[in-house]
Design a protein around this ligand. Structure first.
Ligand SMILES: Cc1cc2nc3c(=O)[nH]c(=O)nc-3n(C[C@H](O)[C@H](O)[C@H](O)COP(=O)(O)OP(=O)(O)OC[C@H]3O[C@@H](n4cnc5c(N)ncnc54)[C@H](O)[C@@H]3O)c2cc1C
Length: 421
């Protein structure tokens, strides 16, 4: 059985790998010249299932409003007239209710924990090097932030997720590179989590997939699905129709127009973010694990001889231009915590769009259209969910038993007007 995967980001590459493992003939198509050239290119690299959480949370609308006009705001709202944005926001606001937040978070964590186990298995079996650092730490500057972290701690307890709660001094003892000049009221250490370079991993897995027989075709844009009598029989590119027994859409936000052809109207919206990659000086103290500054929602992640500094959520506006104030915030946060650790004035800048559904969890598996499958909507934690999502998709397509509960992780969670047939 021949399967076409549209999209060679971290989700498409993992889908292809696991599909090949299940015996499918696989062709991956991407409009770019290689794998992980879009959102999977320059992300923060964090794989922390215990920290995976929907952005639609109680108190979030107020928090967004209160920081909207701050000089270094973690969230920036750029309203435009696009009705898709306003529909997305209305749905997002509905999901900020406590019960929905807890439900959405548990769905996301289910796939993320499974994914971390799959990642570990692939790492051991294939020996892919991806600048991995074990552990992850959330930094809380003020007593108020410590207080606000209470519900998240309670959920870690409920889920039996191992963590350590540290006061400022303990946190500095665990991560001595943290600058003493920056206020630190407390920290949450997740010792079983990790970080790594998502793009490097995608490149490594692509090499293994190719060796196993997966065909990668780059610089080829999928213009449409080849639909015949309600069934997807392949895709249409500039080269003509490419037939297949099944098609998997893993094209992040650009999945939307392709799926619309099959009557599926996904509320998937790009939430822009930024990163800076800087070279370590070797002189100043650098972090040994990824840290997240909760106040600014900026992560600083060691990646080999470099640091990746990433964050900011920009809602509205689809163009991927760099914005100076967001870039300044990234460097400010890294300098606050690790002054002198890297050549901050020589940063390589990047911006990408998180493929975000209002309720947070991705959508994996069948659609109502025969021959059409999806692996989309991984939002701000797609790297952390990628191996598990690929494995789940392949097991569904191969009619094998899926190892996790799929409740809330498929298109079935949406009403008929969204999911089409
Ligand atoms: C600033 C920032 C920080 C982040 N930090 C983290 C983090 O720490 N941890 C984490 O887990 N996640 C993080 N993420 C999120 C993560 O990067 C994404 O969830 C993930 O990369 C999405 O992968 P994807 O494969 O779905 O999308 P992409 O990587 O964008 O891949 C989609 C692919 O589809 C291709 N494509 C689209 N349309 C077509 C078409 N018509 N024809 C052919 N090809 C097509 C594109 O070229 C692209 O290669 C972050 C994101 C941002 C922006």
């Amino acid at each position: 059985m021949h399967v076409i995967v549209v999209g060679a980001g971290i989700i498409g590459v993992n889908s292809a790998w696991f599909l090949r493992e299940r015996g499918f003939e696989v062709t991956v198509l991407d409009r770019r010249s290689g794998v992980a050239m879009e959102t999977s290119f320059g992300n923060a690299g964090i794989v922390a299932p215990g920290y995976v959480t929907p952005w639609a949370a109680p108190g979030m609308p107020g928090k967004v409003l209160s920081t909207l006009f701050a000089a270094e705001a973690p969230v920036v709202f750029r309203p435009d007239a696009n009705p898709a944005l306003w529909r997305w926001l209305a749905r997002w606001l509905r999901e900020c209710d406590l019960a929905r937040y807890r439900r959405n978070k548990s769905r996301m964590q289910r796939i993320a924990f499974y994914s971390r186990a799959q990642l570990a298995e692939l790492r051991t079996r294939l020996g892919i090097e991806y600048e991995r650092s074990p552990g992850y730490m959330q930094l809380l500057r003020t007593p108020r932030e410590v207080m606000m972290a209470g519900p998240a701690r309670a959920m870690l307890d409920e889920g039996n997720v191992p963590y350590r709660w540290l006061d400022g001094d303990e946190a500095r003892a665990v991560e001595p590179a943290l600058s003493a000049a920056c206020p630190l009221a407390g920290a949450l250490l997740l010792p079983e989590d990790e970080s790594g370079n998502c793009r490097l991993f995608a490149q490594g897995l692509k090499e293994h997939a190719q060796a196993a027989g997966v065909v990668f075709r780059f610089d080829e844009t999928v213009r449409a699905l080849a639909l015949e009598r309600g069934r997807v029989n392949g895709v249409i590119t500039a080269q003509g129709t490419l037939p297949a027994d099944a098609v998997v859409i893993a094209a992040a936000c650009d999945s939307v127009p392709l799926l619309r052809q099959a009557g599926i109207r996904l509320p998937l919206y790009p939430i822009k973010g930024y990163s800076a990659t800087v070279t370590l000086t070797g002189g100043g103290a650098a972090p040994s694990r990824s840290v997240m500054d909760e106040a600014y929602k900026v992560a600083v992640t060691p990646m080999g001889s470099r640091l990746r500094i990433a964050g900011t959520a920009e809602i509205g506006g689809r163009e991927l231009a760099l914005r100076d104030s967001a870039l300044r915030t990234l460097i400010k946060v890294a300098c606050d915590w690790f002054p002198g650790a890297a050549r901050y004035t020589e940063a390589t800048w990047w911006t990408g769009a998180r493929p975000m559904l209002p309720d947070g969890a991705p959508l994996i598996g069948r659609t109502g259209t025969p021959g059409l499958f999806i692996n989309v909507g991984h939002g701000s934690t797609g790297w952390a969910m990628s191996c598990g999502s690929g494995r789940v998709l392949a097991d569904i397509m191969a009619d094998r038993e899926v190892e996790i509960d799929l409740d809330g992780l498929t298109l079935e969670r949406y009403p008929r007007r969204i999911r089409g047939r």
